[in-house]
Design a protein around this ligand. Structure first.
Ligand code: NAD
Length: 329
């Protein structure tokens, strides 16, 4: 099958071709899928997309007119896809529901340790021959209360990591994970989570019910100095409200791997250009904010699994074994 790959980076090409074994014809496009770039999919039966590709109703209609039958997402989240429109146009949407929950959970831990021990500042100090410790005071993680919002595959790995560090873990999920309940994780409603948590980590999908789950109302109920970590999706957080929280010190630390307007920024090198996003620029001014550019998934194990599962989705679709295609419901 001919597969048009959008938002393709050299590493996507490398891992997908390795998993392909010359079975399918891959055409790699560095462009993000948009109404302007959709024409690049002409002649392909399969379109392979990533988190910031715009699979809107209008784009899906054009893809259907080109004869595209299958969209394979190289990610687990599918908030970028208009699923009812895909169904209407008879396009199957497959994803990679699980590749390495450890990759993302471990990145959340990396952000926590970096912020808590001020490693981003310490790294620069030592390089400048400055070994003073003023301003680098951290806190022990043991016995701290960590709130996990969303206890699916990633949230559960993250909760286990934090339990292993001796933290008290509380959680919110409409479907509490029995494995965590068995380990003594206390599930409570969101209103009950905010005042208890020293660290809050977001691991739920972006949906209408979770959009801006972190907002001025929830921040007002948080412990002063709370650490907020978001490796989920940018839209979970109302960024202007978080900036107010940072300024009035309700939020003591902020670690982000995702950002609501990241489609305009992430995955590209703009180092020779001026930053136009004033909200993002303001975030960068805080010494207690660490941002990574949606790299939590980016490990060898995860890229290997993403490519192999993507190829399996294409293979099962082509061979008519539709029950084995990991379709978005
Ligand atoms: P998952 O489907 O296994 O788990 C999601 C959990 O969220 C489920 O337990 C579900 O019950 C829960 N949930 C549903 N509605 C909720 C609500 N209103 N409030 C709280 N929890 C709710 O998904 P996963 O594999 O653990 O991934 C979680 C999210 O992480 C993905 O949706 C994706 O957005 C994000 N993610 C980010 C990266 C990255 O590189 N930063 C990589 C992979 C996934």
């Amino acid at each position: 099958m001919k597969v048009a790959v959008f938002s393709a980076k050299p590493y996507d090409e490398d891992y997908l071709l390795r998993a392909n074994h010359s079975c399918h014809e891959f055409v790699f496009h560095s462009e993000t899928l948009t109404p302007e770039t959709v024409i690049l999919a002409q002649g392909s039966t399969v379109v392979c997309c990533f988190v910031n590709d715009q699979l809107t109703a209008a784009v899906l209609k054009v893809l259907a007119s080109y004869g595209v039958k299958l969209i394979v997402l190289r990610c687990s989240g599918f908030n970028q896809v208009d699923i009812p429109a895909a169904k209407k146009w008879g396009i199957c949407v497959a994803r990679v529901p699980e590749y390495s929950p450890h990759a993302v959970a471990e990145h959340a831990l990396a952000l926590i340790l970096m912020l808590n021990r001020h490693l981003h500042r310490a790294y620069n100090r030592v390089r400048e021959n400055d070994y003073s410790l003023n301003g680098l005071l951290g806190f022990d993680l043991v016995n701290k209360t960590v709130a996990v919002i969303g206890t699916g595959k990633i949230g559960q790995v993250f909760a286990n990591i934090m339990l292993g560090l001796g933290c008290k873990v509380i959680a919110y999920d409409p479907s509490p994970a029995p494995a965590l309940l068995a380990k003594g994780v206390v599930f409570c409603e969101l209103q009950g989570v905010w005042p208890q948590a020293d660290i809050i980590s977001l691991h739920c999908p972006l949906m209408p019910q979770t959009k801006h789950v972190i907002n001025s109302g929830s921040i007002a109920h948080m412990k002063p100095g709370v650490m907020l970590i978001n490796t989920g999706r940018g839209g979970l957080v109302d960024t202007p409200a978080v900036i107010v929280g940072l300024k009035n010190k309700t939020i003591g630390y902020l670690g982000l791997d995702v950002y609501e307007e990241e489609a305009e920024l992430f995955f590209e090198d703009y180092s020779d250009q001026l930053l136009q996003d004033d909200t993002f620029a303001r975030l960068l001014t805080f010494p207690n904010v660490v941002i990574t550019g949606h790299q939590a998934f980016f490990t060898h194990e995860a890229l290997t699994a993403i490519s192999e599962i993507t190829l399996a989705n294409i293979h099962y679709f082509e061979s008519g074994e539709l029950q084995k295609v990991l379709c978005v419901e």
